[in-house]
Design a protein around this ligand. Structure first.
Ligand code: 6GU
Length: 207
């Protein structure tokens, strides 16, 4: 990511929503109407921060809200977001954000998995990494095309490097054979077996 940003292939900037607070102590949160635990981010600073960014970009931009209340982020979505010239990632904190501003500005809701985090900042970094690596010029030729495992909905096959024997464990014979077609067939079979064993859910839903 650092290299891609230095080359100008990608550009990332962080906007502090607190800078858009209009209150004396730069407050951006308040109590939820109806009661309940925790604080909510208010609509006004979120909207004003978003508006400043959109106005600067000058055209409509997909705005992604990071929240556990969404479908889990997939490689297909990473690919789709990578097509966009610009993206806004909105990170909540506290118990969430006033629903009215979400209805007004958010185009996409994304979770990174079924567990709870304190805020959307780490999920945003996860998205930035996965989306950036799909942008032409970010990965070296050697590393690009590593999307293939997931685009076929299969896990990667097991891999081995030198030495041929380690702690009494040998590299599968077929990989030393130099027989390209047989190696390919073996890898495909391993991918299917591994997916059945570790992630059978991937074989069920076809995306
Ligand atoms: Cl995107 N945000 C938060 N706060 N928690 C999460 C998440 C997102 N994805 C999983 N847990």
């Amino acid at each position: 990511m650092g290299r891609a940003a230095a080359q100008g292939t990608i550009h990332v900037s962080a906007i502090n929503i607190r800078d858009y607070s209009v209150e004396k102590h730069k407050k951006v949160d308040d109590y939820p109407y109806g009661g309940g635990a925790g604080m909510l981010m208010q609509a006004q600073p979120v909207y004003d921060a978003w508006k400043a960014v959109t106005d600067a970009i000058g055209h409509p931009v997909r705005t992604v809200y990071l929240t556990p209340q969404a479908q889990v982020f997939t490689q297909a979505e990473a690919r789709s977001f990578a097509q966009e010239e610009d993206l806004i990632l909105l990170c909540g904190h506290y118990e969430g954000i006033d629903e009215r501003v979400l209805e007004t500005i958010v185009t996409d809701y994304v979770s990174i998995g079924d567990y709870v985090l304190t805020g959307g900042e780490l999920p945003a970094l996860v998205l930035i990494d996965s989306i950036s690596r799909m942008v032409p010029g970010v990965l070296s030729n050697a590393d690009s095309g590593i999307d293939e495992s997931f685009s076929e909905n299969l896990l990667e096959y097991p891999q081995y490097t030198r030495p041929e024997e380690w702690m009494g464990k040998k590299v599968p014979e077929i990989l030393l054979s130099g027989h390209h077609a047989k190696v390919e067939a073996w890898r495909k079979e391993q991918s299917i077996l591994r997916t059945k064993e570790r992630r059978p859910d991937l074989l069920e839903d076809n995306e």
